[in-house]
Ligand binder design. Structure first.
Ligand code: GDP
Length: 468
């Protein structure tokens, strides 16, 4: 991973009129000057950083491939901390291929995945969690994911974790000093201070780990499974939500045989709506397979919309309420915290849907919503209800939200090691306490990259695309 040669890659995405080819490394100026002929006889080598140069990208025989603008960065004031150029050419696949080929002929090497960002990390331009956030910010698809990535990229995690690490480091040093004194009965680390600090850190780690459920949901898209008996109106609801005809609507029970997933942005958060095949007993193989996938989608969903067909409910409010509860029991969505009950077809139902919903409130975790999926009445209220079930606004507070699985795992293991450290302190074993605290320090260090290995780095950066 640690090389000092000069690397090159296309950094801009596909499509568009212009392309940006990036090169980084010591030989950058020299290589660029061999390939780009400046109109005014200037060179990258003699140019200052943060300037631009205009010229032609040329073949070995002097023929012109394209005209180009070269942005010049001088170490350490660049993304990678090395000398860098960004060559802008027209976005023709031929021009891009020839320009990169010419730069390679002139001495550059084709960059591997994530190599520019890896160099930025190794040069100390950013820590590991910030480097990972670069990939997240490029992948961000709504206000919430952008906010999470942007905050992490600006060092949100790092401040929090380095603060914790710094204080623990001091404690570990004190304990280790005691151990150095061996037989002598000295106590440098004040035990009650140690206990207080460890409790405080455990609480901090706990608050970080508990934010992961929300962080992950936002990053992956909040899964909303629409479940209910066949014909309850699941496909119709999905179509109304999306204003198109993605799901197949028909009067024949069991039409939706597969799981259909669609994305919808509500208040800046990406929700993944999953229309599941109706859950009911069936001998049809295809339907059974669809139902199996439905069960899985339900298991993994953050929110379950339990859709009840209002036209199947009796007129009496009390009886209708019991009938809804029966359906909920059947689809396994009774007391589940994730469950939001939706009574559909209220435009034609014989019962008083609102009165039934009101009666249900006493026994349900969230107020039931009444709609007509067909006409769209009540659908806005339903969206508000869905949005309220995910406390997405929490990510905009001062607290840091963990969204990376790697970070979460390190935090969980750190919490375990810290719990052991606290136990060992209680049984007066400074050796074991010191060892456990070291483990906590190492684990926290892997998040920001203060403690790392080639293996961790290549795992992280290989997931990037080339040119990042
Ligand atoms: P699914 O099997 O749960 O996906 O149900 P569909 O979405 O295919 O709907 C079954 C039938 O109910 C279709 O004929 C829909 O037009 C009808 N339907 C769905 N929602 C409503 C509604 O709110 N009001 C009325 N009147 N009919 C509806």
């Amino acid at each position: 991973m640690i090389t000092d040669d000069t690397i090159v890659a296309l950094s801009s995405g596909t499509g568009g009129a212009i392309a940006v080819i990036r090169m980084s490394g010591e030989q950058c100026a020299e290589i660029c000057d061999r390939v780009v002929r400046s109109a005014k006889g200037r060179s990258v080598a003699t140019s200052k950083g943060y300037t631009m140069l205009y010229g032609d990208v040329v073949e070995a025989d002097g023929s012109v491939i394209d005209d180009a603008v070269v942005a010049i960065y001088k170490a350490p004031h660049s993304y990678t901390g090395e000398d860098m150029v960004e060559i802008t050419v027209h976005a023709s696949r031929y021009i891009i291929r020839r320009t990169i080929a010419r730069l390679v002929e002139a001495g550059a090497r084709a960059a591997t995945a994530g190599e520019f960002t890896a160099r930025a990390f190794l040069a100390g331009r950013m820590d590991l969690s910030q480097a990972e956030a670069v990939a997240d910010i490029i992948a961000s698809h709504d206000r919430a994911t952008h906010h999470l990535a942007s905050r992490q990229m600006r060092g949100g995690y790092s401040d929090e974790l380095q603060g914790l690490r710094g204080r623990l480091l001091h404690l570990a040093a004190m304990l280790e000093l005691e151990l150095d004194f061996g037989e002598e009965d000295v106590e440098f680390a004040d035990r009650s201070e140690l206990r207080t600090l460890m409790a405080e850190i455990a609480e901090k780690i706990e608050s970080l780990t508990s934010s992961f459920a929300l962080g992950r949901a936002i990053k992956e898209g909040v899964g909303v499974a629409i479940v209910g008996r066949p014909n309850a109106g699941k496909s119709t609801l999905l179509n109304t939500l999306l204003h198109d005809q993605r799901a197949i609507v028909s009067d024949v029970a069991g039409t939706t045989r597969d799981v259909i997933e669609e994305h919808l942005d509500i208040d800046g958060v990406d929700f993944r709506f999953i229309d599941t095949a109706g859950l009911h007993s069936s001998n049809d193989m295809l339907e059974q397979m669809g139902m199996e996938r439905s069960r899985k989608a339900i298991e993994e969903a953050h929110i379950i919309l339990a859709l009840v067909d209002g036209t199947t409910l009796p007129k009496s409010t009390e009886e209708a309420k019991n009938s809804v509860l029966e359906v909920l029991g059947e689809i396994g969505c009774g007391a589940d915290e994730r469950c939001l009950v939706v009574i559909n077809k209220c435009d034609v139902a014989v019962c008083d849907c609102s009165a039934v919903a009101e009666k249900l409130d006493a026994v349900l975790p969230h107020p039931a919503v009444t709609i007509s999926a067909k006409s769209g009445v009540g659908v806005d209220e339903l969206m508000q209800g869905i949005s309220a079930m995910i406390d997405s606004q929490r990510i905009y507070t001062d607290a840091v939200t963990v969204s990376g699985a790697r970070h979460y795992e390190a935090l969980v293991r750190a919490a375990e090691a810290l719990a052991r450290a606290r136990e060992n302190l209680n049984i007066a074993s400074p050796e074991m306490t010191a060892r456990d605290i070291r483990e906590v320090l190492d684990l926290l260090g892997t998040i920001t990259g203060e403690v790392t290995s080639d293996q961790i780095l290549s795992e992280i950066f290989s997931k990037f695309c080339i040119g990042k």
